[in-house]
Design a protein around this ligand. Structure first.
Ligand code: ZN
Length: 251
């Protein structure tokens, strides 16, 4: 199966459309969404409609999704994020609200495990360090573990030659061969496809991934989109200026 993998859309419709087109062109027949569909950006309803319509969709709730429907407190959100969450809440239609309410915290599929942050604290903990990968590994079902939340394409895996050590690095564009266990099944690896709607690795292009579960490969794609159009919508909506400016810098 070829999965289109994407996360952290954050109500950025132009970026989402570009990513879905790119992944469709790569043969995606099923979809994996790591959460944070809304928050920060100007098009929550249109983004939710696009994602809801995807066939064979596995999706989890992110912290912004939960905050938008009042299921997570706002005390940990910075002022810009909080303002955007409250702006979003006012604009969710009934079907948007019920779709977000129905998102699980975790998906255990036959050929991947999906959470927004980490298995031990799905919506909140950022998977950023080798120690966190090691600590969360026993809680994973089927590998690979696919996460979002940090807005940076990342890979974590135990080193083949020294399994007591964890390889952790940023993923550039290009195909990765996922390691195989002794029994031929997938070996432990965690993958973050980066963010569709608000990349934070100084590359402003939208990020997403292609996971081929038959070949055992994962590839990060970077997709240009009309950033100026989204910035104009953010300003027209009266959302914080900082949320517009950061898109052009990829941070
Ligand atoms: Zn996010």
């Amino acid at each position: 199966m070829i999965y289109g993998v994407f996360s952290d859309v954050h109500s950025n419709l132009e970026a989402l459309s570009a990513v879905l087109d790119a992944l469709t062109a790569r043969g995606a027949g099923a979809w994996i969404c790591g959460g944070d569909l809304v928050g920060y950006g100007p098009d929550p309803g249109a983004c939710l409609a696009r994602v809801r319509a995807l066939p064979n969709l596995s999706a989890v709730a992110g912290n912004h999704d939960l905050a938008a429907i009042g299921r997570m407190g706002l005390e940990w959100f910075n002022p810009y994020a909080r303002e955007a969450v409250l702006w979003t809440r006012e604009r969710l239609a009934d079907e948007d609200w019920s779709f977000l309410e129905g998102l699980p915290g975790r998906v255990d599929a036959a050929d991947f495990t999906l959470v927004h942050g980490t298995p031990r604290n799905p919506p909140e903990e950022y998977l950023l360090s080798p120690a966190q990968f090691r600590e969360n590994a026993p809680l994973v079902g089927a590998w690979p573990l696919i996460v979002g939340h940090s807005h940076i394409p990342l890979l974590f895996r135990f080193r083949a030659a020294a399994p007591e050590k964890v390889e952790a690095r940023v993923l550039d564009e290009g195909e990765e061969l996922l390691p195989r266990a002794a029994d031929g099944g997938p070996a432990p690896v965690a993958l973050n496809p980066g963010s569709v709607g608000q990349p934070r690795d100084q590359d402003p292009r939208a990020a997403c991934g292609v996971y081929d579960s038959d070949r055992g490969t994962f590839q990060v794609l970077r997709v240009p989109y009309d950033i100026a159009a989204v910035q104009a919508k953010i300003r027209a909506a009266g959302l914080p200026e900082r949320l517009a400016v950061r898109l052009q810098h990829g941070q």
